[in-house]
Design a protein around this ligand. Structure first.
Ligand SMILES: Cc1ncc(COP(=O)(O)O)c(C=O)c1O
Length: 462
């Protein structure tokens, strides 16, 4: 298969585009070399999103447009993986941050007036968070939530999906690495509620928490739809019976509905974590839950859990969060943006079909991933209730297609279409209707010009 006609065609196209990319971006190449030279390990501070041969360095960004070190302006469909949901430097966030900065943003390390306002607005949107705590990142939020469950239950194990991503040091199964926090993890495949419920039941005595994304976004926004209600209800019931915490990681998925994905499916977790965009581009994270699960975070509780974090409630992030909730992300704005994402996904899939291309635009609402394969990404599992499985093509050429598409979009159409590792379109609200139209015509061009190559691939995938 590695030497198939499709593979050869993909390899050749990839090499040609990569050479063009290198020639067009000498200043980004130099910035990467300088970062290495300066002593940044490997030249990157974020290996999880690094890409070869070197990443683009940005020098300016406004709205949905970023400017590279080499002076190219690109329309950004990625939005920093959701942290840039409102585009770059949105005016309400700028104003709020400047105001907080002008009035002593560290405020002596004590409480400030923004944090309660942010908390009130967030707990109103997410009723599962009766009580909330702020952190600086989503990783910390998940760490705090899991560790809270370990402390409250006195148990040792957590259950995660295989391939899950819950932050820099919390992965599930095949995606776990040597830097992972050494939790005792039970790993289950996504999709089969009966199997997961049985596993929870069998480990009831040891299991502190089940942590999952209510729509499995990571690693690749596989789903075309939200997991069926019955699926998550089944897991909810199993957690209640086992006395373990059900934690919904909504760092990404909270953007899918005003009350997060939990509101879409009507399932209430014990704890919820959020992050990314609520800081309007500044560092942000939060975890929260029912009073019962959060009680020991009260410093007056006899068994209080000590915790810390110099910047947890820093005034800049808190002021930005208030501005986001007041001015940039009303329930109406959230619903409209996700409907726009659904329409784009539909239009991409139609284009793919018109060209007979091996392309599946997956995801939910404003989260879209382009998967370069012919068959649906989701398959049903026999007769088991509410079960489905991931059905990802093993054709090796599929791995290079995201890079091919990404280079093409940068070089020919001035778009940042996710990353070369994954064409992840986590759409920012700053995109205009004209941007969406232009993107569809750019995609049309890619599919037309690469028809032969994609046709070969489609044939080999049969
Ligand atoms: C589902 C999910 N959880 C947690 C995180 C970690 O958030 P952060 O990068 O802010 O630590 C991410 C980041 O991509 C995420 O997608």
């Amino acid at each position: 298969m590695t030497d198939s006609p499709a593979q050869r065609a993909v390899d050749a196209a990839y090499e040609a585009l990569q050479a063009e990319y290198v020639a067009a971006n000498p200043k980004s190449a130099a910035a990467f070399a300088a970062a290495k030279d300066a002593g940044i390990a490997g030249g990157t501070n974020r290996a999880s999103v690094f890409y070869a041969p070197f990443p683009l360095t940005f020098v300016d960004a406004q709205g949905a447009t970023v400017e590279t070190a080499d002076g190219q302006k690109l329309t950004d469909l990625l939005g920093n993986f959701t942290a840039g949901l409102f585009g770059f430097s949105p005016a309400p966030v700028q104003a709020a941050v400047q105001n907080a900065m002008a009035h002593g943003h560290a405020l002596g390390g004590g409480p400030n007036l923004y944090e309660a306002e942010a908390a009130r607005k967030l707990t109103a949107r997410f009723p599962s968070m009766e009580q909330i705590r702020f952190t600086m990142t989503g990783t910390e939020a998940n760490t705090y939530a899991i560790n809270t469950a370990l402390a409250v239950t006195g148990r040792r194990k957590i259950l995660v999906y295989d391939g899950a991503y819950h932050g820099a040091w919390i992965h599930g199964g095949r995606s776990a690495g040597p830097l992972d926090t050494p939790y005792e993890k039970i790993t289950v495949p996504y999709g089969n509620a009966d199997l997961i419920a049985r596993t929870i039941e069998q480990n009831a005595g040891d299991l502190a928490a089940v942590i999952l994304e209510p729509v499995m976004v990571n690693p690749t926004t596989y789903l075309k739809r939200v997991a069926p209600k019955a699926y998550l209800h089944r897991i909810r019931e199993a957690c209640t019976a086992a006395g373990c915490a059900l934690i919904f990681d909504e760092v990404m998925t909270s953007r899918l509905a005003p009350g997060g994905a939990q509101a879409l499916v009507g399932v209430t977790p014990d704890m919820t974590t959020i992050g990314k965009y609520f800081g309007g581009g500044l560092p942000f994270g939060a975890f929260g839950g029912s009073r019962a699960w959060m009680a020991r975070h009260d410093p007056f509780h006899p068994q209080t859990i000590n915790s810390g974090g110099t910047f947890n409630q820093n005034a800049l992030s808190m002021a930005a969060a208030v501005a986001v909730l007041d001015e940039l992300w009303s329930p109406e704005q959230c619903v409209a943006h996700n409907a726009r994402g659904d329409a784009l996904r539909e239009a991409i899939n139609q284009l793919g079909q018109q060209h007979g291309a091996p392309l599946q635009a997956c995801g939910t609402g404003s989260l879209i991933t382009l998967i370069w394969q012919k068959d649906p990404v989701i398959g049903e599992i026999g007769n088991e209730t509410v079960a489905h499985e991931l059905n990802i093509s093993a054709h090796p050429a599929v791995r290079l297609l995201p890079a091919l598409f990404w280079f093409y979009m940068v070089l020919r159409h001035d778009f940042l279409a996710g990353s070369p590792r994954l064409n992840y379109l986590t759409l920012p609200t700053a995109l205009t209707e004209a941007d969406y139209d232009r993107f569809l015509s750019a995609l049309n061009d890619f599919l037309a010009r690469n028809r032969k190559l994609l046709g070969l691939l489609a044939e080999e995938m049969v």
